[in-house]
Design a protein around this ligand. Structure first.
Ligand code: RUQ
Ligand code: CUA
Length: 662
């Protein structure tokens, strides 16, 4: 059947499925899952004052951030600002955090997050960091789990549509990132970037990037890149256990199409999984293989002393070619246009969601090693040998549903795949591929996440379907609705639907970490004595207003329930005012907010012990009130003040104070 016909068939079947569901309406117990069931309710009930068992970190998709949920309750605990400015606390607006969003393209206040990966030790989560990618502006962020804050963002050069990222190796040695959209590269890697689009085959290239993580500090640096053929590298996973030295990526568009990919990149029957022995690649880079080329990318880090983000402009990167990696890089055929990929807890099975096929192929790592030894190949592409499909295949999961996208494992010998088109979750035996159970999902599941599902020891217990379409699952909110997640109990033979809950943006994937790995290590406030911000004010006696030409620095403190100073005069139109506010509280959960009338900027939230700075350029003379935005005490309303702004040519002197006439 031609692809177009195929597409029509799947569209029609999706439609009729959706229509069927819509017709069944509210009266179907199946559609409502097992929610009405007391037993299901008690499984997700977390009593008031009690805590959830797991943190779920969900990529926020086009929100550019990460959302944190409690599982099993599905309660939204927090959203971590990452690639997008966050008016909720001033991230990306304050002077301390703005540099976090610098890129070689300039300041970019938005991102598209896709894949969350927690740091690991010996293949299990260790609760130190989570990493996440921005697909549009190729960047990777590291979030510290003691503070739930973005501490570092590194841009990835020679890359576009950075989708197969940010995957993490067994001991967090590397985070991996790739090109999905191949692009032309500057000399000496390519022929330059200003080339006709029609010269795709000659001039476009893909890259794989391995980002080295410092084990003490978490700091990321690009270890090396590998230049690969111009296919679309889609998703990836590092091996575990026996395969831990390897990393695997799905890819499509071996047709090398550059237009109407839905048809032109679906011509061939098979695409590939790219398998790289990263240990050997690391050795090749250490031996000086490949070449160090000019590059231009930003590396932003929060300075641990001052708390202020700084940008370092990076100028070089080492790039290897497949010819530098003999015996360390292979293609394994996969059914056309595969999407998700995952590796079983023991590292032996590698399975992909062949989204345009109905089977899930499962490759065997040991068979792959034998095939490599026997040179069991069917040719090569640009120096990358292609292993024989049959030689590396363990089995195909038949009846895996329509449009299999993602796979997870539960550590009890089962695999699970999601189906976008037939909207279901299918459970199978990991040794044989025999289908054991299937359950409808509402609707169109993309990623799946089993608690701890990509580790050596999955917690199992729960599976979350990250659905792309919400339709009628909640009270409608106009034409735009949040995405819907569904929590399944997978502890028994049959999957049981326990709970629906909505999430912000489009969560492409998620990771559940045992709460006990994270909760006891939380930072509750910052020690004022450790605050090395150059504009810190540690007590009210040291507050001041300093004018130097048109620049005014206000050194202010906040404590329940007043600012010092709270009356300021002598500021003129044309001045640039830096409002440095230090929260001098030393107690958990007592932030103060700060907002200035007429400021063309966000407000800010200041955590105890920290200093935050917002810039204000008053536009016209007048009295400008400011106030605390966070209800911090019974006298929170009273936490306010006034700034007098005079005309540019006035001679009102700088005066400031609290509880006195200035
Ligand atoms: S994706 S729905 Cu961006 Cu991970 Cu698969
Ligand atoms: Cu401080 Cu309200």
């Amino acid at each position: 059947m031609s692809f177009f016909k195929y597409l029509k068939t799947i569209t029609v079947s999706t439609m009729s499925f959706v229509i069927t569901i819509a017709l069944i309406g509210g009266c179907s117990s199946q559609q409502k899952g097992e929610i009405g069931n007391q037993d299901a309710a008690s499984k997700v009930y977390v009593a008031p004052g009690q805590h959830d068992e797991f943190y779920s970190f969900m990529s926020g998709g086009w929100s550019g951030n990460v959302s944190v949920y409690g599982i099993p309750s599905g309660r939204h605990l927090y959203s971590i600002p990452v690639f997008s400015q966050a008016p909720i606390n001033g991230y990306g607006y304050t002077e301390e955090t703005k540099a976090m969003l610098n890129t070689s393209f300039g300041f970019i206040p938005w991102g598209d997050t896709h894949h969350i990966q927690p740091s690991k030790t010996n293949g299990d989560y260790d609760g130190r960091w989570v990493f996440i990618n921005d697909r549009n502006t190729p960047r990777i962020a590291r979030i510290d789990l003691k503070t739930f804050r973005t501490d570092e963002i590194i841009e990835i050069p020679n890359t576009a549509g950075q989708h197969s990222s940010a995957f993490c190796s067994s001991n967090t040695e590397y985070i991996s990132a790739n090109t999905e959209y191949s692009i032309p590269l500057d000399k000496p890697l390519g022929n330059g970037v200003d080339v006709p689009i029609s010269s795709y085959k000659e001039n476009f290239h893909g890259t794989v990037s391995l980002i080295k993580v410092n084990q003490e500090t978490g700091e990321m640096n690009i270890g090396f890149q590998i230049q690969v053929p111009p296919f679309d590298y889609d998703l990836g996973r590092f091996g575990l256990g026996v395969s831990k030295d390897w990393v695997f990526y799905t890819m499509y568009n071996t047709e090398e199409a550059h237009t109407l990919l839905e048809v032109n990149a679906s011509q061939k029957d098979k695409d590939f999984v790219l398998a790289i022995n990263w240990k050997k690649a690391e050795q090749a880079a250490a031996d000086g293989k490949g070449q160090v080329v000019d590059a231009n990318y930003d590396h932003n880090m929060r300075d641990h002393e001052t708390g202020i983000a700084k940008t370092e402009v990076m100028k070089q990167v080492r790039v290897l070619k497949p010819s530098d990696l003999e015996g360390a890089i292979y293609y394994m055929p996969a059914p056309k246009s595969p999407h998700g990929i995952n590796v079983s807890p023991d590292g032996e099975y590698i399975s992909e969601g062949g989204k345009l096929s109905t089977v899930v192929p499962v490759q065997s790592f040991s068979k792959m090693q034998t095939a490599i030894q026997n040179n069991d190949t069917t040719g090569s592409i640009k120096g990358i040998p292609i292993l024989k499909y049959e030689s590396v295949l363990a089995y195909e999961v038949k009846n895996a549903g329509l449009g299999p996208l993602h796979i997870e494992y539960d550590g009890q010998g089962h695999g699970y795949n999601s189906d976008f088109i037939s909207s279901e979750i299918v459970k199978w035996d990991l040794k044989t591929g025999e289908v054991l159970d299937r359950h409808p999902a509402y609707y169109s599941t993309g990623h799946l996440t089993v608690a701890g599902g990509d580790t050596r020891h999955p917690y199992g217990k729960y599976l979350i379907a990250l659905n792309k379409i919400t339709k009628d699952r909640y009270l409608p909110t106009g034409p735009e609705m949040y995405a819907g997640e569904q929590l399944f109990d997978i502890s028994g033979d049959k999957m049981k639907l326990l709970l629906d809950f909505p999430v912000e943006g489009e969560p492409h994937n998620a990771a559940e970490i045992e709460a006990s790995l994270i909760d006891s290590a939380q930072v509750k406030f910052f020690k004022l004595s450790d605050n090395k911000n150059p504009y810190v004010t540690r007590n009210e006696h040291d507050t001041k207003v300093v004018k130097d030409g048109n620049r005014v620095d206000v050194y202010m403190t906040a404590i329940r329930s007043h600012f010092t100073p709270d009356n300021i005069e002598g500021i003129k139109v044309g001045d640039t005012v830096y409002l440095h506010v230090t929260n001098i509280e030393q107690e958990w959960d007592i932030p103060h907010g700060f907002a200035m009338k007429g400021n063309r900027n966000a407000g800010m939230l200041i955590i105890p012990g920290e200093t935050r700075t917002i810039v204000w350029k008053p536009q016209s003379p007048g009295i400008y009130p400011f106030y605390c935005t966070d209800f911090c005490s019974a006298l929170h309303q009273e936490m306010q003040g006034y700034v007098r702004v005079s005309p540019a040519n006035s001679n009102v002197p700088i005066k400031y104070g609290t509880n006195k006439d200035i």
